[in-house]
Design a binder for this molecule. Sequence first.
Ligand code: MG
Ligand code: MG
Length: 255
Amino acid sequence: MVELKTDTSIDAMREAGRIVAQALTAAREAAAVGVSLRDLDRAARTVLDEAAAGSPFLNYRPSWAPVPFPAVICTSVNDAIVHGIPDGYRLRDGDLVSVDCGAIRDGWVGDAAVSFTVGRARAEDVRLIRTAEDALDAGIAAAVVGNRIGDIAHAIGRVCRSAGYGIPDGFGGHGIGRTMHEDPGVPNEGRPGRGMPLRHGMVIAIEPMVIGGGTDDHYTANDGWTIRTSDGSRASHAEHTVAITDSGPRILTAL
Ligand code: MG
Ligand code: MG
């Protein structure tokens, strides 16, 4: 069931989203060659603590997870697509890092992700990151009243496929509100004109993921969380929480 949010609730979600943006910025600014993924988590955690915000990631344990998630961000490096656990790994020159973060403020949740390189960037990584961002922009542009979920999915998929990239099946965006994952699901590929009609007050997380090698295949690593590309190629992820309104899409996780 899709819960439509009031304008007042959307304003409250914006405050949660702003904290997510600040935490992602802190994690990104902390990232450098030699810095550990745990240091990035610490930087994000400081932002959440100072904003008196909770984390929907910390101790999150869906039915399939062997252990509760131990951090406030996911850090997915190189062939990791999503859900990487921040550990003692120290970033190396040329690494491609995706950071995903959530925050809870006044009972409302925000969720966003960003990808970037550390040190000297490879040209192919810059293109991969830009494509995920372009797909996110296209998905947001399609998140308008009168469209359907399939229009968002189609917009995202078209950008990723025309760049020649793979799209990991089984992963995508979601409704969001009092909890991190609500209806409807927002696939990263689909048919225009299909699926649920978009209405004023729907709030969704839109989150394209692209696989550089061009296949869609992935596997879960031994830690039970990290999703990696099967071909070992690099992946990129971009995400915003977006409110669908009569005056157009409103990005809630911008700075
Ligand atoms: Mg996320
Ligand atoms: Mg999400």
